[in-house]
Design a protein around this ligand. Structure first.
Ligand SMILES: [Zn+2]
Length: 426
């Protein structure tokens, strides 16, 4: 199937060249996008081909999220924790570990559908998610994958293995990864963080990643407490521990945050060629500190479960990194787009050039290649996303899903949200 975008103003995501042209978008994980001079006539087009008028619209590559927790979707407006947390370990204990322990597969499905829908409407067509439902582990990844696919979102999933819920939950998490990867799905091996993962679980996870030729996905030095625990327990810092155990062997490995890494750890991370995801809004929300990441090339952006809007993440990243060390607009954009470079390691995963957003961008100033970054950071908003194409298929048209009944998705999420809140109150 070919989708023809007529009269588009195409912004090349790499060169930033802006071309008034028609585009031919082919579907599937290996499809692409091609500028063309003329749209084939109705007689020349295939029966499933479609022409979309893009007059006065900008078209560019859709967005990707490097680190999410879709399991937080039902938490908006939930009951307050039993005590107000005063530091990061207490935020985990009083908020997130109470939530994830109460999630069952219906809640996970509702969370994934709601997050996927909200991502799609914001032009995010690919999500790298880090999932936790420690008491309902088995089948959770397939549940999320199917929910994402119903909405039309690409995915690279993992489950958060940890020793914090005892040996049975840890074993189930390993088994879930194995079953998911055995089914042919692409995925990572998820771990919570050094301070809740003992050597045995870490070692088993590394073996599993190696066996499936994939990477780990783990939070690293998000708060200084992770470093304190590692130094006290293992006599070394977190990145040193991970390197010494063999956890940094794959360039597919993703380290979340790395806010509190010292100079030697930064060198270790650079040398390993692994990837780091910045989530500054979450860091601010948890009051764990900020860093500027000017020491690293392999840096991408995520939401850490705060929301589903990658344009918002880019803006926040710019504001925070400006205060911690100064950052160029071009570097923010590079980090925003780096998720595609990371995902290139997974051929056919569905993050190709045929993932596009059509922007209804009513700018009061001229948009040109030489001032693109200013528009990217101070102009482009989710509200400009009019139509979204994922792997060559229109999944959002005129701001509405073409794939699912939005009211139904949200009603189901609210219903499951009430179940979760009730469980939190009891
Ligand atoms: Zn996270």
């Amino acid at each position: 199937m070919t989708l023809y975008l007529q009269n588009a103003r195409y912004i090349d995501p790499d060169s930033l060249a802006i071309t008034s042209t028609h585009l031919a978008v082919t579907d599937g994980p290996d499809g692409g996008v091609q500028p063309i001079d003329t749209i084939p006539t109705a007689g020349e087009r295939g029966k499933d081909d479609r022409v979309l008028d893009c007059r006065d619209r900008f078209v560019t590559r859709a967005f990707g999220c490097g680190h999410h927790h879709i399991y937080s979707s039902l938490c908006r407006g939930m009951p307050a924790p039993p005590r107000t947390p005063t530091n990061f370990p207490e935020i985990l204990e009083y908020v997130w570990w109470r939530v994830d322990a109460r999630l069952d597969l219906d809640m996970v499905e509702a969370s994934a559908m709601a997050a996927a829908l909200q991502m799609a409407r914001r032009g995010v067509t690919f999500c790298i998610d880090h999932h936790a439902s420690p008491l309902h582990v088995l089948g959770s990844l397939e549940t999320i994958a199917e929910a994402f696919e119903r909405v039309g979102i690409g995915h690279l999933l993992c489950h958060e293995s940890s020793d914090r819920n005892g040996p049975r939950a840890a074993e189930q998490s390993l088994a879930e990864h194995k079953a998911y990867l055995d089914s042919g799905r692409p995925g990572l091996i998820g771990l919570h963080a050094s301070f809740t993962v003992g050597d045995e679980l870490l070692s088993k996870s590394i073996d599993l990643a190696s066996r499936y030729d994939t990477g780990l996905h783990i939070h690293v030095a998000e708060d200084v407490a992770d470093q304190d625990h590692c130094e006290k327990t293992y006599g070394k810092r977190v990145a040193q521990r991970l390197r010494d155990m063999g956890a940094l062997a794959s360039p597919k490995t993703i380290l979340g945050h790395c806010v509190h890494c010292d100079g030697e750890e930064r060198q270790i991370i650079r040398d390993a060629g692994v990837w780091v995801v910045s989530n500054v809004e979450s860091n601010q929300n948890n009051n764990v500190g900020l860093t500027d990441y000017d020491w690293l090339d392999n840096i991408m952006l995520g939401t850490d479960g705060m929301h589903n809007d990658m344009l918002r993440s880019a803006k926040a990243h710019h504001l925070c990194c400006s205060t911690t060390g100064g950052i160029g607009y071009d570097e923010v954009y590079r980090r925003f787009r780096n998720v595609h470079n990371y995902l290139r390691q997974f051929p056919g995963i569905g993050d190709g050039a045929n993932n596009l957003v059509i922007l209804d961008y009513d700018t009061p100033t001229e948009l040109r290649p030489d001032n693109f970054y200013g528009h990217f950071l101070f102009g482009f908003e989710a509200l400009h996303v009019q139509t979204v194409i994922a792997q060559g298929q229109v999944i959002i048209e005129d701001r509405r899903s073409t794939q699912v009944d939005e009211e139904e998705v949200l009603a189901y999420a609210r219903e499951q949200g009430l179940r979760l809140w009730e469980a939190l109150s009891s």
